[in-house]
Design a protein around this ligand. Structure first.
Ligand SMILES: CC(=O)N[C@H]1[C@@H](OP(=O)(O)OP(=O)(O)OC[C@H]2O[C@@H](n3ccc(=O)[nH]c3=O)[C@H](O)[C@@H]2O)O[C@H](CO)[C@@H](O)[C@@H]1O
Ligand SMILES: C=C(OP(=O)(O)O)C(=O)O
Length: 436
């Protein structure tokens, strides 16, 4: 087992470059399955465990996948299998995103039921409602969801009860090869939706309205492999923006796209952080004193739930009382207990937390409960007294490439060690103390 060890007290300075977005690349790789002709070449792909997982899902379906030099090349022109087993869906819920492509391409898809996870129950009823509206018969049994259609899917009018990112993506992919026009209302407007629509259109699809509340998709008969560059990761960018602000540092976050993070920029500015848009990114300068603010997570362009725990870390350093309300996931406060182990003054009240900043944060042994919590605990370690050890790094590796290395390059006192190595160092220190 590995852990990250952080010693608090360093301000961060310098430049850090963000990777391609995890939440854009996963649906784009799932969409490559729609191409029955030609190879797709996806560039700026981050080396995250989630990317390796989706690649394995595709290989298991008989697509050819090569991942080298941040580029994924997929040849899905062979006949594809139609089943994504539990071993992949359990590792990564986004595996369900292959369902729309498979159903459109093969007329059948069988995907293991994802089940709940650390941040909530996360049902996929809206995805299935869309497939059914397009003529698929959906059956749930033996731990699998099976969707099947006689012939081709048919264009339909679909209204989502909630602007779900995954449902928008899955239904959009399915609709590209349907007969006729599909109109989806109340869709997600996240930048990753726009990136997926752009890729689909390069493949020959006719998707209009991405980034607005309504999508209009005219089905086509065939899609082709295409080349695409993934957009920069707005959540990784936001995480480094918080790292700069929390330590009172000065960091250029290269690749951050201001329009993708406007709600985050607004909240950080409200807290007294200086944010300067530069040609190749966003510069963040942390103030001596941070102000408390209230935050409510919402679908885009509202404040992103994936930045909630990192902002909680930042608010722990602000003067006064703040409130964070989580409206997207019903159980995304698992990290609060871990923050408390670091002497944070936080209490949960229903779907909100109330936190008093400026408590004397102390290093502790803490465990990451999900990927953003992992990052948030490390950020808190940067400003805590003494040593913080963060375990359960499998979560971190789902969403951040070389997180400790990037922080170290900005001046953080941080290392990633194997548990045995730490014991060895402790024994060495003990022996040299005895000999002194
Ligand atoms: C791989 C990926 O892109 N993950 C992101 C995606 O997840 P994901 O696509 O799973 O998130 P959704 O937008 O679908 O989920 C949002 C809310 O809607 C609910 N819901 C969703 C679908 C459904 O059929 N029924 C239903 O009730 C979920 O339980 C949740 O409470 O968007 C989330 C919300 O911005 C982000 O936190 C995740 O990082
Ligand atoms: C919740 C997240 O991802 P996923 O939907 O892949 O679990 C996230 O990126 O913070």
């Amino acid at each position: 087992m590995e852990k990250i060890i952080v010693r608090g007290g360093q301000r961060l300075y310098g430049t850090v470059k963000v990777e391609g977005a995890k939440n854009a690349v996963l649906p784009v790789i799932a969409a490559t399955l729609l191409a029955s002709d030609g190879k797709s070449v996806i560039c700026d792909v981050p080396t995250l465990s989630d990317v390796y997982t989706i690649n394995e899902v595709l290989r298991n379906l008989h697509a050819e996948v090569v991942f080298e030099n941040n580029t994924v090349v997929v040849d899905a022109s062979r006949e594809l299998k139609d089943e994504a087993p539990f071993e992949y869906v359990r590792k990564m819920r986004a595996s369900v995103l292959v369902m729309g492509s498979l159903l459109a391409r093969n007329g059948r898809a069988r995907v293991a039921l994802p089940g709940g996870c650390a941040i909530g129950s996360r049902p996929i009823d809206q995805h299935l409602k869309g497939f059914e509206a397009m003529g698929a018969k959906v059956k749930v049994g033996n731990g699998f969801i099976e969707a099947e259609v006689d012939g081709r899917l048919k264009g339909a009018k679909i209204y989502l009860d909630f602007p779900s990112v995954g449902a928008t993506e899955n239904i959009m992919m399915a609709a590209t090869l349907a007969q006729g026009t599909t109109i989806i209302e109340n869709v997600a407007k996240e930048p990753e939706i726009v990136d997926l629509a752009n890729f689909l259109n390069k493949m020959g699809a006719r998707v209009r309205g991405a980034g607005t509340g309504t999508l209009r998709i005219e089905g086509v008969d065939v899609l082709f492999g295409a080349e695409h560059n993934i957009i920069p990761d707005r959540i990784e960018a936001g995480t480094f923006m918080v790292a700069a602000a929390i330590t009172g540092g000065n960091v250029l976050v290269q690749g951050a796209v201001p329009e993708h993070i406007s709600s985050l920029i607004a909240k950080m500015e409200e807290m007294g952080v200086t944010i300067i848009e530069e040609e190749d990114g966003v510069r963040v300068i942390g103030p001596e004193r941070l102000k408390a603010v209230d935050i409510k997570t919402m679908p885009h362009p509202g404040f992103p739930t994936d930045m909630q725990s990192q902002m909680m870390a930042l608010l722990l350093r602000a003067e006064g009382t703040s409130m964070i309300t989580e409206t997207v996931f019903e159980n995304r406060f698992m990290h609060v207990e871990e923050f408390r182990r670091m002497n944070a003054d936080i209490k949960i009240e229903g779907r909100s937390v109330i936190l008093n900043g400026l408590s004397n944060l102390q290093g502790a042994e803490v465990s990451a409960t999900d990927l953003r919590a992992a990052a948030a605990l490390i950020l808190t370690g940067l400003v805590s007294e003494g040593v913080t050890r963060v375990t359960e790094l499998k979560h971190l590796d789902r969403g951040y490439v070389n997180f400790h290395g990037k922080l170290a390059s900005l001046g953080a006192d941080i290392e990633r060690v194997k548990e045995e190595e730490e014991t060895f160092i402790e024994v060495q220190n003990y022996v040299s103390d005895m000999n002194a």
